[in-house]
Design a binder for this molecule. Structure first.
Ligand SMILES: Cc1cc2nc3c(=O)[nH]c(=O)nc-3n(C[C@H](O)[C@H](O)[C@H](O)COP(=O)(O)OP(=O)(O)OC[C@H]3O[C@@H](n4cnc5c(N)ncnc54)[C@H](O)[C@@H]3O)c2cc1C
Length: 283
């Protein structure tokens, strides 16, 4: 696919290169009664200078969210704030961001990344979660995830449930087949409804979202329905109009390639282009 076409597609999901782009877009999204999860793009950093830049940006972002009185959380990738260098550095930076967020009344999410990072991300989260205001993403495409989910919920953690977006090799503990991944998602979701007071159902799968809404008619949990910006914005808008708590994941920054390739892989290039051409995603 030509590079410029990739860039054009990326522009549908990403607020823009600067923090100001994200904050301005967030104001418009908030006006529709939808919250945001803002993410500064970047991952797999092995240079301390890139890690430091991300941490500084996240700290500024938190201050700006509070200053602008936005309805929004931030979402952070562990490999962006030090995990590729050491777990210790990741933990220090995560605590620094989370403490600043707590002081400013902002909620911090940890994104979940590839297969080799899962254990260390969960361990770090569990070590610090009692002292911070934060949640963690868990992926239903992993065989281990139901056990992880139980461990986190029992410890009082807050979960954002997704299907999973990273590539796996055989034997790395992945559930194979979309149907089985969705089935596991539903099982994990049922566990959340039974055992957790507050969680986020992060998917564009309307069957799952509608099922969750139905379950919550009797469960009365604090559920947020989260979607990636630019994929199902009109559906998100309708859910908010129905009175549901809805959030859009809104990335910004210049490092758009990794994020965008995961989106293209999810739907396939040709389907994605048709989807982008046919559906208006503006709010
Ligand atoms: C708020 C949020 C946060 C996330 N955080 C993480 C994370 O931290 N770690 C992680 O591994 N993954 C994360 N993901 C991505 C997630 O794992 C899935 O890859 C992604 O959501 C697609 O799966 P789905 O649940 O929408 O279901 P699918 O079965 O893949 O899709 C359901 C339907 O949604 C539509 N759709 C899905 N993807 C696209 C697309 N790219 N373009 C157009 N239409 C599409 C299609 O109509 C499709 O039929 C996150 C997703 C969301 C919504």
């Amino acid at each position: 696919m030509p590079y410029s076409l990739e860039r054009w597609l990326a522009g549908r999901w990403i607020a823009g290169p600067s923090m100001t782009d994200a904050l301005e877009r967030a104001v418009g999204i908030n006006k529709r009664g939808i919250s945001v999860l803002i993410n500064y793009l970047g991952e797999d950093f092995t240079r301390k200078v890139d890690v430091d830049d991300s941490v500084e940006t996240d700290l500024r972002l938190i201050t700006e969210i509070r200053r602008s009185r936005l309805k929004g959380d931030i979402s952070v990738k562990p490999t962006q704030i030090g995990l590729c260098i050491s777990q210790k550095l990741f933990k220090e930076n995560y605590v620094k961001i989370a403490e600043h967020a707590k002081m400013n009344g902002v909620f911090v999410w940890l994104d979940m990344e590839g297969p080799h990072d899962v254990e260390r991300i969960i361990d770090t989260y569990l070590e610090v979660q009692k002292h911070i205001t934060g949640g963690i993403c868990i992926q239903s495409y992993l065989k281990r995830s139901m056990d992880d989910l139980k461990r986190i919920v029992k410890a009082g953690g807050i979960v954002r449930l997704v299907k999973g977006a990273y590539g796996f090799k055989k034997g790395e503990g992945m559930i194979e087949g979309r149907g089985l991944i969705s089935l596991n998602y539903m099982e994990m979701m049922k566990y959340l409804f039974a055992e957790s007071e507050r969680f986020t159902i992060a998917t564009h799968d309307r069957y799952i979202v509608e099922k969750a809404i139905m379950l919550n008619k009797t469960a009365h949990r604090k559920v947020t329905y989260a979607m990636l910006n630019g994929i199902e914005n009109q559906y998100a808008k309708r859910l908010a109009a129905r009175g549901e708590s809805v959030a859009l994941y809104l990335p910004f920054g210049t490092r758009w390639v990794g994020y965008s390739y995961r989106r293209m892989k999810e739907i396939g290039h040709i389907r994605l282009i048709l989807h982008s051409l046919l559906k208006s995603q503006e709010l």
